[in-house]
Design a protein. Structure first.
Length: 218
């Protein structure tokens, strides 16, 4: 099962949720490392369910399967991205692979400075994908806090997490096998007599021993 991953390689959140234009929503703005239009990577393998060009080139990406959320939830996830200046090549029904750079920061839709507006919703895309919240802002359906949804991949640099406690994706570290083997072999040498010679028939044998070698007779 895929883990939902934070969609930027650099985290520099410039606006948090439930403030300013994000009142009554769990939207965040990701501005990344500099003022350029940084790429935005698909948090999971998904399908584009809606594109809204009249405003900020909003794109809704719905996971093709259930994904693991950072808070342990297992469910479908739908994420809304906004402000890319160009959405050339994107269309409803297009499948996007996890970690694919498919979207980018921008200023489309009255944005100040290049950034990407990101909103997570639990479950599949529903109805229109968003609703007008009580502060008058359009918000994704079933909105959920981003730090409860996204893991930070090991390749993500954090400049500003806005005080949100994002969890790192845990990478399984395997114990190096060779170290274990060495220990085992040493132990064997200490305790088990080494068989040096097996006589093929009844006879007299001369055996050459190396320095320190001991001969055991069986
Ligand atoms: Zn925003």
């Amino acid at each position: 099962m895929e883990k939902a991953l934070y969609p930027s390689k650099v985290m520099r959140i410039s606006q948090g949720y439930n403030e300013g234009s994000h009142l009554d929503s769990f939207a965040i703005d990701e501005a990344s490392s500099d003022t350029s239009k940084s790429p935005i990577y698909a948090p999971f393998t998904g399908v584009i369910k809606k594109i809204y060009v009249e405003d900020a080139n909003e794109v809704w990406l719905e996971s093709v399967d259930k994904v693991l959320y950072a808070d342990g939830t297992i469910d479908y996830m739908t994420v809304l991205f906004a402000h890319a200046d160009s959405i050339d090549g994107l269309f409803v029904g297009k499948k996007i692979m996890q970690k694919e750079a498919f979207y980018s920061e921008g200023v489309k839709g009255e944005a100040t400075g290049n950034h990407c507006h990101i909103e997570c919703g639990r479950g599949k895309f529903t109805e229109n994908g968003w609703y007008k919240n009580k502060s008058g802002y359009w918000s994704i359906n079933n909105g959920k806090k981003p730090e409860e949804c996204f893991f930070l991949g090991s390749d993500v640099t954090v400049i500003d997490n806005y005080g949100y406690n994002f969890k790192r994706e845990e990478i399984e570290v395997l114990e190096p096998e060779d170290t274990k083997e060495e220990v085992k072999e040493e132990a064997k040498e200490d305790k088990t007599p080494k068989l040096i010679f097996t006589s093929l028939k009844t006879d007299l044998y001369g055996i050459y021993l190396k320095e320190g070698e001991e001969l055991y007779l069986k």
